[in-house]
Design a protein around this ligand. Structure first.
Ligand SMILES: Cc1ncc(COP(=O)(O)O)c(C=O)c1O
Length: 393
């Protein structure tokens, strides 16, 4: 439980003595950057998501960039990105030299849907190369219908799963298992459900994709002699080649050690998050219809990273900034996820103004309430009570 009267941020990390001990052990070891902790973290993360391969990298943004690059996204291509996401989802396409086609979203869930993907595809034509469904707040998109449209259109699928560690699709498979997508990306930023400080991971079923991403995260360097293109020097112990231009997107062993310790508690974290969300469902019910939490997509079992609720500010007679200030004064932190990315000045300059009514309707009503594993049901009730009091005031 949070301390009595403690300020409840919208999200925060959960670090215990085992996490600290794991980091200290890594610091005392021979490896600070890529070493045995990386291999072990990748193996354990692949096991957790039930994916064939997992590649660790420096953050969720570089995870997206590596995945798109490995899938061959480049200049002349277009990536379809829902407008309700963190800007990194779109920016990763731009890093590859591709353009972004923003898709609209369901106004309640904020998720990309089959219909909004089809509309975006129609606007794009045959330059569409990839789609990046975002499992916003940890709630899985309807991947069956999205993947069926994407496959027909020949699109690669990168699931931005940065919010969705531990979430389950309706068929019971784990987000990240890549049953329908080519790759899934994760972020381990401190507000996410599992943290390494900064850090990221990509999962995939493709061994070829995994080995390209592993090379490209370290300058594009090839050390496997069977893949060398030059004969000379191949027998020399220091020899390596750089067949393609990569980056330094490596995750240090210190961070991977923290990730492993956190992953060992991920089952416990997921159970806590699910329990807190059910407490929110009960606690928020009396505030309907002013405050609503959309139903989860049928059959899915999200492990929520964000407690983003919909508030009818007009009907409540209070503006969002005033409500946020009032809650802050009552010890409750809130945040807005997200400003539609198509309205960011960089993208307006590039693509002009777009009309995406679902994204605007979601943005107008969304507010993220506190959700982190050190909270308990009494903290949730405190948030619901304070929210009700602020709305009535
Ligand atoms: C949906 C989404 N995608 C990508 C990212 C980028 O992750 P990172 O901050 O680790 O680079 C984030 C981080 O907030 C995110 O929320």
């Amino acid at each position: 439980m949070a301390q009595a009267g403690e300020f409840l941020a919208y999200g925060r990390q959960d670090i215990d003595a085992d996490d600290i001990a794991a980091v200290v052990r890594a610091l005392q070891s021979d490896f600070l950057t890529t070493g045995p902790e990386i291999d072990a973290f990748e193996t354990e993360f692949a096991r957790w998501t039930v994916a064939g391969h997992a590649i660790a990298c420096s953050n969720g943004t570089t995870a997206l960039h590596l995945a798109l690059e490995a899938l061959g996204v480049g200049e002349g291509d277009v990536c379809i990105v829902p407008s309700i996401t963190f800007m990194a989802t779109a920016n990763a396409a731009r890093y590859c030299g591709a353009e972004v086609q923003f898709a609209d979203v369901d106004p309640d869930t904020g998720l990309l849907t089959a219909e909004t993907l089809e509309a975006a595809l129609e606007r794009t034509g045959d330059r569409a190369k990839a789609v990046l469904p975002v499992h916003l707040a940890g709630v899985p998109c309807d991947m069956e219908s999205i993947a069926s449209i994407a496959r027909k259109a020949g699109l690669k699928i990168v699931e931005d799963s940065c919010h969705a560690i531990g979430s389950l699709y309706p068929d019971g498979s784990m987000v990240g298992a890549c049953r329908l997508g080519d790759a899934a990306t994760f972020s381990f930023h401190p507000v996410k459900s599992l943290t390494t400080g900064e850090g990221g991971m990509i999962t995939t079923e493709s061994a070829e994709l995994a080995s390209r991403m592993a090379r490209m995260r370290s300058h594009g360097i090839e050390r496997d002699s069977s893949r060398f293109v030059r004969e000379e020097g191949a027998h020399e112990p220091w020899y390596h080649e750089m067949p393609a231009l990569g980056w330094n997107y490596r995750l240090p062993d210190i961070n991977a050690a923290l990730g492993r310790a956190q992953l060992a508690r991920m089952g416990e974290f997921a159970a806590r998050r699910r329990a807190l969300v059910s407490a929110y469902r009960k606690g928020l019910a009396p505030l309907a219809p002013l405050v609503r939490l959309p139903d989860d997509p049928a059959g899915s079992d999200p492990c929520r990273h964000l407690m983003n609720v919909l508030i009818d500010f007009d009907a409540a007679g209070i503006s969002r900034p005033s409500l946020m200030h009032a809650l802050k004064a009552r010890g409750i932190g809130t945040q807005v996820h997200y400003i539609p990315v198509h309205t960011q000045p960089y993208y307006v300059r590039r693509y002009g103004r777009m009309n995406l009514p679902g994204a605007q309707a979601h943005y107008a009503r969304t507010l993220s309430l506190p959700l982190f594993t050190r909270m308990d049901e009494a903290d949730v009730m405190r948030v619901c009570d304070e929210l009700g009091a602020a709305l009535r005031a």
